[in-house]
Design a protein. Structure first.
Length: 75
């Protein structure tokens, strides 16, 4: 199973957030891929392009209008 990790690039706690995602992926047995925050593609497009099973993020606060909460996301 594969997962895409997403972090808000402006997060003041990015190291902590990254560690949370890594622990969650390991606990759930996912191979982790990191989204490219600088990409012209949004979260949904990156997830679809990689064909991942799930998107992991530290909280729903890391989503915005460009990255809708209707995406299948595990926080």
């Amino acid at each position: 199973m594969e997962a895409l990790a997403w972090l808000d690039p402006t997060s003041p706690t990015s190291e902590w957030d990254e560690a949370q995602i890594r622990r969650l992926a390991r606990r759930l047995g996912y191979v982790l891929h990191w989204a490219d925050a600088g990409s012209v593609l949004g979260l949904v497009e990156q997830a679809a392009g990689l064909g991942v099973d799930v998107v992991l993020l530290p909280s729903s606060a890391h989503l915005d209008a460009q990255n809708p909460e209707s995406t299948d996301v595990v926080c």
